[in-house]
Design a binder for this molecule. Structure first.
Ligand SMILES: Nc1ncnc2c1ncn2[C@@H]1O[C@H](COP(=O)(O)OP(=O)(O)OP(=O)(O)O)[C@@H](O)[C@H]1O
Ligand SMILES: [Mg+2]
Length: 332
């Protein structure tokens, strides 16, 4: 059994949205509600789900940019969430994040040298010619000419800026990279280049990726496994091939039906499933399955009570019936 590099245990993140006159929180948004995940070294786990389901919040909590309300983030066997800031600092370089928007995430007043070299300067790890060499080397690795070192971000395209972001994340030799929609803001033609680059860098540096996307079609060729997130919870977790072959949760089924690729395997499934626009109130999560109100299979009395666990890779009460009917594969 391979030891996971990252474990997330029963993680909850809630944001205060209203306070009373005494400053006490009276209403909270439940952004992440009991997430469990484990990543093994070298794998790519995709985290997929629609806008607002909690993907960025989960990613930020893993890298330490957001405080957990409860639960644990465990890296290399160490519980980061209960560590004082000073002890946690060394782990910040081992877990790095790449952000979605290559335009707003780069400070326009800094040169690429300053942006990419910043993590090394901040820790005092390299200076002078060594600093310059490491920046130049990293630029080459991500496909940027070191000749551009003293230019400002405005001179670059979206794809090139995302290369800068990746260089900044990797210059401190991290082991885990949380990539939050790294290609969503890019033109389709540039997407494949950045995805290829991420794949090459993963092989070269032995990186583990948590790859966040709202779009299932982006992750098929990249991810080893896919976690589908809905309303702060993981509702399906499976190997990429089995998920695309036979989605087990009705929400995954709906997401899959929206994938615009002309995949014959998906065609016979009855076309696109349109979901009613009824997201639950994040400050007042419903009992049972949060997807029930939009689910075409939902049954009153069964789907809207109690806590539905993630079992056999899906958080759905229909799982056992589907198994019996042989509609989906044997429990893994
Ligand atoms: N700082 C914050 N304060 C209050 N609520 C927040 C904050 N950040 C996120 N939220 C709420 O938490 C929930 C999850 O947001 P999050 O940004 O994690 O979703 P997401 O899946 O990344 O969405 P997107 O695909 O749009 O990036 C949303 O309801 C959002 O409004
Ligand atoms: Mg997000």
């Amino acid at each position: 059994m391979i030891e996971p590099i990252l474990e997330v245990r029963d993680l909850h993140v809630r944001f205060p949205v209203r306070r009373n006159l005494l400053g006490r929180t009276t209403v909270e948004n439940h952004a992440v509600s009991g997430v469990d995940l484990a990543l093994v070294p070298g794998e790519t786990l995709a985290l997929v789900g629609e806008s607002g389901c909690g993907k960025t919040t989960l990613g930020r909590t893993i890298v330490g940019a957001q405080k957990a309300t409860s639960g644990a983030v465990i890296f290399d066997g160490k519980v980061l969430t209960s560590m004082p800031e000073r002890e946690r600092a060394p782990y910040r370089r081992q877990i790095r994040m790449v952000f979605q928007d290559p335009f707003s995430s780069l400070n326009p007043r800094f040169t690429l040298r300053q942006i990419i070299g910043d993590p090394l300067v901040a820790t005092g790890e390299a200076r002078g010619s060594e600093l310059e060499d490491r920046i130049a080397e990293m630029m080459r690795r991500v496909g940027l000419s070191p000749d551009y070192m003293d230019r400002y971000p405005h001179a670059f395209s979206g794809g090139q800026r995302q290369r800068v972001n990746i260089a900044r994340a990797l210059i401190v030799n991290p082991r885990l990279v949380v990539a939050d929609e790294p290609v969503s803001a890019l033109d389709v033609s540039v997407r494949a280049q950045i995805l290829n680059l991420l794949r090459e860098l993963q092989a070269e540096f032995g990186l583990t990726y948590l790859f966040i996307s709202h779009d299932l079609s982006v992750v098929e060729n990249l991810a080893d496994r896919v976690a589908v997130m809905y309303f702060g919870r993981i509702v399906e977790l499976a190997d990429t091939a089995s998920l695309y072959d036979a989605p087990r949760h009705p929400y995954t089924e709906a997401l899959m039906s929206a994938v615009p690729i002309p995949d014959p395997a998906l065609k016979g499934r009855g076309g696109r499933i349109l979901l009613p626009d009824e997201l639950p109130d994040p400050s007042n999560p419903p009992p049972g399955c949060a997807f029930a109100r939009r689910c075409r299979y939902a049954e009153a009395g069964r789907c809207d009570t109690g806590e539905i666990p993630l079992e056999h890779g899906t958080r759905c009460v229909r799982r056992e019936e589907l198994d019996l009917q042989g509609i989906v594969g044997a429990p893994s």
